[in-house]
Each structure stands twice: as C-alpha cells, then as structure tokens.
Design a protein around this ligand. Sequence first.
Ligand code: SAM
Length: 340
Amino acid sequence: MSYFDTLGRPLRNLRISVTDRCNLRCQYCMPEEEYVWLPREDLLRFEETNSLVDIFAELGVDKVRLTGGEPLLRRDLPTLVRMLAAKPRIRDLAITTNGVLLSEQAQALHDAGLGRVTVSLDTLRPERFKRLTRRDDFARVLEGINAVGRAGFKGLKLDSVVMRGINDDELVDLIEYGKRVGAEVRFIEYMDVGGATLWSMDAVLPRAAMLERLERHYGRIEPLIEESTAPADRFVLPDGTIFGIISSTTAPFCRSCDRSRLTADGIWYLCLYAKDGTDLRGPLRAGASPQAIKALIIPTWQNRTDRGAEERLALAHRSPLLPVGELRKDPHLEMHTRGG
Ligand code: SAM
C-alpha cells in the first residue's frame, strides 16, 4: 500500500535518529560546545523503534537510514540493526556516521545485516579536521573508513559539506581519496538548517561553482541521467569516476523529497525545516494499537505540503534559520536532533 502527499510524493524513506548526542562539534552543525539534550527516559527503546518501523513499513516505507547525532554512540546499535534487517519490506537499510567509532563497530554492523554505510568527511587535513570538528579524531575516521570494506560492505559513500573559504580547496583531493578507498564522494552545499548558526550565503559554494572547479582540473564532466529520488545529482569524470552533488541550498529537490524523520524520542518530522512534528512516542507508550498509530500517520502524510528548502530559496535575504536562543528552547529544531 502506498500513501502520497499533496505533491504526489510517496511515504517511502524514513531517517531514524537513534541519539541526539554527538562526539564531534562540527561548526556547520553543532557550533556550541554544550547543548540541551533530550531526556534519556524519552528516547525510544529498540523495541519501540522496531514497532514503529513495522508500522511505517506496512504503510510503504522501504528505505531506512539510521542517523543522529552520532548513531554509533547509541549503545548496542547492532541489536537494533538486526531487528530492522529482518524485515522483508525494508529493502535498503543504511547508516550515516562521522566514522569515529566505525573501526570498532563495522564488522558487528555488517554481521547484523546493515546494508550500506555513508561516512561524513569534510577534509583530509588533520589540522583542519580539528578546527572544523573541535575534536582530534581525524586518524580514527580514516581507520573507520578502511574498516568498511574489510567488514564486507559495498557501496561506501563519503559526504562532504563544502564551505567557501573553509574546505572548498579540497574538492579534487576528496575525489582522489574516494577513488583510493573505493567510495563515491558526494559534495553537499552548506545548508541553513537549525543548528547552523554560523551559516551565511557567502559561505555556500553553489553546485555550478563546484562543477566549474572540478572541470578545470579534470576536463569535461557529464551528468548521469537517472530516474531517482536520491538527493544527489550524479556526474561522471572523464576517467569514469562517479561523484554526486547535493544542492539543497541553491537547487533544492523538494518536489521529489520522500524523506521523513523520526527523532530519537519519537517525534516524526516531514521536513528538515519543519517547525513542528507529530508525537508518536506518546501514543505508543500509552498503548495505542498499530491501527491507531497508522490512523495518525496516514492523514499527516496525505496532508504534507512541506517544501522547506524551496521556501528558504525564495527568501530575498537569507540568514541562519534560527538563533541559538530559539534552539535552546526547543532542541527538536536542531539538525543533530532531527537526524541530518
Ligand atoms: N553524526 C553523523 C554524521 O556526521 O554523519 C550523522 C548525523 S549528521 C547531522 C548527518 C549529515 O548532516 C552529515 O553528513 C553532516 O555533514 C550533514 N550536515 C549537518 N549540518 C549541515 C549543514 N549545515 N549543511 C549541510 N549538511 C549538514
């Protein structure tokens, strides 16, 4: 059974934040040192997440991505992976991680049935990594990336947020590194999401500029023509290397966005930019039947009108989405709570 929203977008793709905690402090996502964290007793237990995924899967969700915060901080994550991987309806089970704890966990995650891994890596320079993330974990991330192939995963992706004046001189280096480790690199335009309190339009390197710089180095770059709801537009270099660009800031993909997000405490959001979400933890803990929870989810999706990134693009003057004070009042507005 498929359910469609007001723009004909299917309910298919669920991103689950398993924790709002993170072991890095990336300046484009968590520029503060301390945050207002979700109360621990509110976090969904694995059995609760599992029940909600069963419900979503019956409504058409077939892609699940675990994220956070840093998902590998959630204790015993392979247990949740094993539960989700056992569901025949879930065709694609993936994780997005900063890679710091990956070398310790890659094998257990693979053995538990995780399908794909995306590692976020914005720089190949240790000093720059330290400045950008405020942690000295660069070597551990590289070890984590090396562990992915050894554990048996195929299709590793590396996601890099590109910021003008910060790491925009590393596009070629990142692609070359991707070739060496067998990963497809995806460049992400810096987004003005909740948490990105240092964001400015000047720091965004638009897709067109990324392509121009890469063509200057590699020669002609061809777009890959494909039918897909994936956020990245993919391109081919003259030597056949494929890379992607996610241009959520200058050319958003809202019209095909089938993603929704479940926070670690069970609030369901229909858009990264949405101000409000639907509480699923409350009804679940109050003993609501799967039918009753479906009756909440279905009309919410069918009434979905969200096109947050397009609305931001239409603004004459863009500045950070929310000031720190607003984020402190409602941590659900943070990217690291929503799950990027
Ligand atoms: N901790 C995990 C990680 O680092 O991959 C998962 C959570 S993180 C919020 C998910 C993704 O969101 C990362 O790839 C990160 O680079 C991206 N992200 C966070 N803030 C962003 C921003 N302001 N613009 C673009 N991407 C951002």
